[in-house]
Design a protein around this ligand. Structure first.
Ligand SMILES: [Zn+2]
Ligand SMILES: [Zn+2]
Length: 324
């Protein structure tokens, strides 16, 4: 049953709650259990109304709007589920959080997902990623509890509603988690995909974080993150920049080396000066790649000195010259 929230100011609600509880003292002294329960019901409703009155109606008129209004007041802050229960004024607040995330495109991370990311970063000895999660949150990601949430980005992703359909379609397939993840990425080239979507795709199996890492570092899919040279992205966002795998010899370059090379070259192709701000539909240049000056097979190493930044067009050209 939906009850509409009375238009009372919080103070009026507080006073009538106090009154209800005062009257309840008399009920408590009686022996009939059912009478006590029934007498307490209005106090429960009143308390809920008080919680949802804390955010004014003209700012947010539904439970879902109150939840996102609260998150937006405290971005990049760890919020307890219980706080959302108070401001939303409903028992099913967790469902509203899920809708805000997957259908409305708000980047709200749950403690569970952060834990998966932190465990994977630790297992892969990726200290950079762990440190950047910690810096963004002010708390080590592994210390976040499952029923805690963080709004990581203040802007809404308008494409999320469309992706939601694709996400469910791929999720139902009877293929491996890795196959689902790469298929979903390839259907959303250039889109900002969240760890929450990937976790959902993997049916909550925590291997999703490791699988993304493998696709990126072993299979050469250009999946970029904040820590691998795309500083403009929010933490916990992944983008497949182009629908192609990088040349075998250019894979497995550590992220720290990758970022150092990009920085040295000013995040642009050393041949033509192309950078991401020049991205346009009728230009074949789509992304920046790293290329070994001295090839791997000729003992070229993954060092800053042996790597240069090229756009995909000049990278292809370079390889046609070398026939490798
Ligand atoms: Zn170029
Ligand atoms: Zn190359």
């Amino acid at each position: 049953m939906r009850r509409s929230r009375p238009d009372n100011a919080p103070e009026a609600l507080r006073q009538s709650l106090v009154e209800l509880l005062t009257n309840f003292a008399e009920e408590l002294r009686k022996s009939d259990l059912r009478a006590k329960v029934i007498a307490l019901v209005p106090a429960f409703h009143k308390l809920r109304d008080l919680g949802s009155s804390l955010i004014p109606k003209d700012e947010a008129s539904s439970a879902r709007e109150r939840v996102i209004a609260y998150f937006r007041r405290y971005p990049r802050t760890v919020i307890n589920g219980d706080e959302l229960m108070v401001v939303s004024g409903i028992a099913e607040w967790a469902r509203r959080v899920r809708e805000l995330r997957v259908q409305f495109g708000w980047l709200i991370y749950s403690g569970m997902t952060f834990k998966d990311m932190a465990e994977d970063a630790t297992a892969a000895e990726d200290a950079e990623e762990t440190a950047s999660l910690e810096a963004a949150l002010g708390i080590h990601p592994s210390k976040i509890k499952p029923d805690q949430y963080v709004l990581m980005r203040e802007e809404q992703d308008r494409h999320a509603a469309h992706r939601w359909n694709v996400l469910n379609e791929v999720r139902r397939k009877k293929v491996s988690v890795t196959d689902k993840i790469i298929e979903y990425f390839r259907k959303n080239v250039g889109e900002e995909i969240t760890g929450e979507e990937l976790k959902y795709l993997a049916k909550d199996k925590k291997e999703w974080a490791r699988r993304v890492r493998e696709l990126r570092t072993q299979q050469g899919w250009p999946i970029v993150t904040k820590n691998s040279g795309r500083d403009d992205l929010a933490i916990g966002v992944y983008v497949l920049e182009e629908d192609r795998q990088t040349f075998e010899h250019d894979r497995t370059i550590p992220d720290a080396v990758r970022v150092a090379v990009l920085q040295r070259d000013g995040f642009k192709c050393v041949k033509c000066g192309w950078n991401r701000s020049m991205l346009s539909p009728d230009d074949p240049r789509k992304m920046l790649e790293l290329h070994h000056v001295r090839h791997h097979k000729d003992k070229g190493e993954n060092t800053v000195d042996n790597l240069i930044t090229l756009c995909n067009v000049h990278h292809d050209e370079e390889h046609r010259h070398r026939k490798s």
